[in-house]
Design a protein around this ligand. Structure first.
Ligand SMILES: [Cu+2]
Length: 421
């Protein structure tokens, strides 16, 4: 059994190393590595990225590490049953349609969060937005930041499958592949099999978006061609019900609950359209291959953690970091809102790539990095208690059960069994 697993893992590597991602007929099979039918570099924009080479090495390392160092986990999760997350551009048309209809289904199911905990929640998707808003101060610039968002994205993937008939694994959006022109990516090109594209021209009284805030910007992001509602593609009628809390877009109506001491801050009912202002400026400056390579070359978790989130003196030296840059690649409302950003379904494509980037960094040296943790339990507060692997995490009403930070340090342990191609 173990020998067979290692064999499978070993031949997985050359494909990933070449940046050659198989186009699969069906994504649902856990045994799909052997269904490779077509390899097309052109389908990926003709580019081979250094960061994808790193990811290929990481994927092989992880299998070997798990097989040799974690035999008990390996029995439960190995190449014979592991789920494989792929880039959206490698999905077939039917795979894309299956995913898109599952996301839309989430917006049609009733919410599980009680009205008392989220007065504005109107659907199952809102449960995920609400739990992110409620926990914003304890899941960003904290030690659990990467672990919590790994679990959040996985729980969303499970819910698409369990409640909305999705058959595949969660896609990711590989920033550096499309950094020169995100509107060319199959995620954002506005086609019938995209997550819709740019918003129409809008919010024209605004010339820039300020990072971290409009009032005291450290970085000024120029207004792009969008800023208004998405008017075409599968998500043109996508409902945004919650927030804003902290948006960069000045044209968004305020939420009925603006009291920062309220447990329901931003959770009043505020129905509106989904807006985007897709920014080639942001993506090409801070999410290109060189930027991600530099991040992946971080020697320790402290460096990695800071650089991912804008550096030690946040956003100084005109440095945004891939986390914020990935959000501001779509921007607008709710995409630019630190609290409400999951309200744009693009969020989960971005955070799957954040997770892939962390997974890559971890598995370039799995024995030292799998359990490496840095940060405290309170947002950007170095004086608060340090986060620990034994800390409990919750997703509120979005997904049942609690896990620990330690449970989410590997994609092949705890509740997880997935890898990236
Ligand atoms: Cu978040």
């Amino acid at each position: 059994m173990r020998a067979a697993g290692l064999f499978t893992a070993a031949w997985l590597a050359p494909a990933a190393l070449a940046g050659a991602i198989p186009a699969l007929e069906e994504p649902s099979s856990a045994h799909s590595f052997d269904k490779r039918q077509d390899i097309s570099i052109n389908a990926l924009g003709g580019k081979i990225l250094q960061t994808d080479v790193y990811a290929g090495i990481a994927g092989l390392n992880q299998q070997i590490y798990q097989a040799t160092q974690k035999p008990d986990q390996w029995k439960k999760c190995n190449p014979l049953n592991i789920s494989v997350r792929r880039e959206w551009s490698t999905f077939s048309t039917s795979e894309k349609n299956n995913y898109i209809s599952a996301v839309k289904c989430m917006s049609k199911l009733p919410p599980k969060t009680p009205k008392s905990d989220c007065p504005g929640c109107r659907n199952r998707y809102d449960d995920f937005v609400a739990t992110h808003i409620k926990q914003t101060f304890s899941i960003h610039n904290t030690g659990n930041f990467l672990a919590w968002h790994r679990w959040f994205t996985w729980a969303y993937e499970q819910t698409l499958r369990n409640e909305c008939g999705y058959k595949g694994q969660h896609p990711y959006y590989n920033w550096p592949r499309w950094a020169d022109d995100p509107l060319k990516s199959p995620v954002l090109d506005g086609s019938a099999t995209s997550m819709s594209g740019n918003g129409v021209s809008g919010c024209t009284n605004q010339t820039f978006y300020g990072i971290p805030t409009n009032d005291s910007p450290t970085i000024k992001v120029p207004h792009g061609a969008g800023g208004g509602c998405i008017a075409s593609g599968p998500f043109k009628d996508w409902p945004v019900n919650l927030g804003p809390v902290f948006t960069d877009l000045t044209c968004t109506p305020a939420n009925p609950i603006t009291d920062f001491t309220s447990p329901n801050l931003g959770l009043g009912y505020n129905p509106r359209c989904l807006k985007r202002d897709i920014s080639q400026y942001v993506s090409s400056t801070w999410t290109n291959d060189d930027q991600v390579v530099k991040l992946l070359n971080s020697a320790d978790i402290k460096t990695f953690w800071y650089d991912m989130q804008g550096g030690q003196n946040a956003f100084s030296n005109n440095f945004m970091g891939v986390h914020t840059a990935g959000h501001f690649t779509v921007g607008a409302d709710p995409g630019s809102d630190f609290f409400t950003s999951p309200g744009d379904p693009y969020f989960f494509f971005h955070h799957a790539q954040i997770d892939r980037t962390w997974w890559t960094w971890q598995n370039l040296n799995p024995s030292d990095r799998t359990n490496a943790i840095y940060g405290t339990i309170v947002i950007a507060d170095p004086t608060a208690p340090a986060s620990k692997l034994t800390d409990t995490m919750t997703l509120g009403y979005a997904y049942p059960g609690n896990i620990t930070v330690g449970d989410a340090m590997t994609t092949m342990g705890g509740p997880f069994c997935y890898t990236y191609l």
